[in-house]
Design a protein around this ligand. Structure first.
Ligand SMILES: Nc1ncnc2c1ncn2[C@@H]1O[C@H](COP(=O)(O)OP(=O)(O)OP(=O)(O)O)[C@@H](O)[C@H]1O
Ligand SMILES: [Mg+2]
Length: 274
């Protein structure tokens, strides 16, 4: 895929899929008022692999809660297709880590039809038809009647994404889905995710605090400052596979983001040591 194909021609800059506009999110506890994000703005377009990157506590998960409709901004607005987000909905689906997201006693197809049926979103015939179509899209046709324990991590991830899309998700929300995995498995899951994106072109909002993961997974990266989270910069990332990890482009972007994230600390050090 050419590096600039991401979102390019299909992008309608007047109509972002998701717009986060000057959003401040706070937690109120009995003693404290915690400002988790301060006036954060970004736009996600259809087909973006949009990454929120920043240090622990900068409000990445809180932003996902805002987009998910679990928290209301105290300032600013979050809109999906131009409509204010007021509550959770099937148009924004959280995709969790592989282990806890599939029901082990249901087959691949049943895992995908189940939420459509329980939510009353469609009748059985339609649910089955949608499930079949998304199972084909994610290349699991042969595994339709198999139980999750017989699938690899990457295949489970594909089932979870197919399930979210069959429910009608416009955007997939992923909060550090690979954080608990060992380095090799993590790489494999990142590659699988990119491969699936190449095949299906879904839109995702992906949270990580790993610069490397942000560059591998992201087509656009929002770099956030430490608590309370503000936007430091927004960058375009070309698609770097693991093959390019040592390459110049990758290293340059990595260095640039590293400097951004640690700029204040580096300045402090410099000042201290004259
Ligand atoms: N339920 C809560 N009540 C009060 N404060 C909270 C709550 N959840 C998070 N916070 C605070 O809000 C800020 C942002 O937290 P958040 O979990 O969004 O950070 P994060 O960027 O996802 O961090 P990490 O990378 O560690 O997951 C932090 O200061 C955190 O302590
Ligand atoms: Mg978090």
């Amino acid at each position: 895929m050419p590096p600039d194909a991401v979102g390019g021609a299909a992008r309608d800059s007047a109509h972002p899929l998701l717009a986060v506009d000057g959003v401040t999110l706070q937690y109120k506890t009995r003693e404290h008022l915690v400002t988790a994000t301060y006036r954060v703005s970004f736009k996600v377009y259809s087909g973006d692999r949009f990454v929120l990157l920043g240090p622990s506590g900068c409000g990445k998960s809180t932003l996902l809660k805002g987009v998910g409709g679990f928290m209301r901004p105290v300032e600013g607005r979050i809109t999906l297709k131009g409509h204010s987000i007021e509550r959770p909905g099937p148009d924004r689906m959280m995709v969790f880590q592989e282990f806890d997201q599939l029901l082990p006693w249901k087959t691949v197809k049943q895992n995908i039809t189940f939420p459509m049926l329980v939510s009353g979103r469609c009748d059985r015939a339609e649910a089955e038809q949608r499930a079949r179509s998304y199972i084909d899209k994610v290349n699991l046709t042969k595994f339709s009647d198999v139980y999750p324990h017989m699938l690899s991590g990457g295949m489970k991830q594909r089932v979870a994404i197919a399930r979210a899309m069959a429910m009608g998700a416009d955007i997939l929300l992923m909060d550090e889905p690979f954080a608990a995995l060992d380095a090799l498995t993590r790489r494999k899951m990142q590659e699988e995710l990119l491969q699936l994106w190449d095949d299906v072109r879904f839109t995702m909002l992906f949270v990580t605090h790993s610069i490397e993961e942000a560059i591998i997974v992201g087509s656009r990266i929002l770099v956030m400052s430490p608590h309370p989270g503000q936007v430091k910069a927004e960058l375009n990332a070309h698609q770097f596979g693991h093959d390019n990890l040592g390459g110049e482009g990758f290293q340059a972007l990595h260095g640039r983001i590293h400097n951004m994230l640690f700029a204040e600390r580096i300045e402090e050090e410099r000042a201290r040591h004259g």
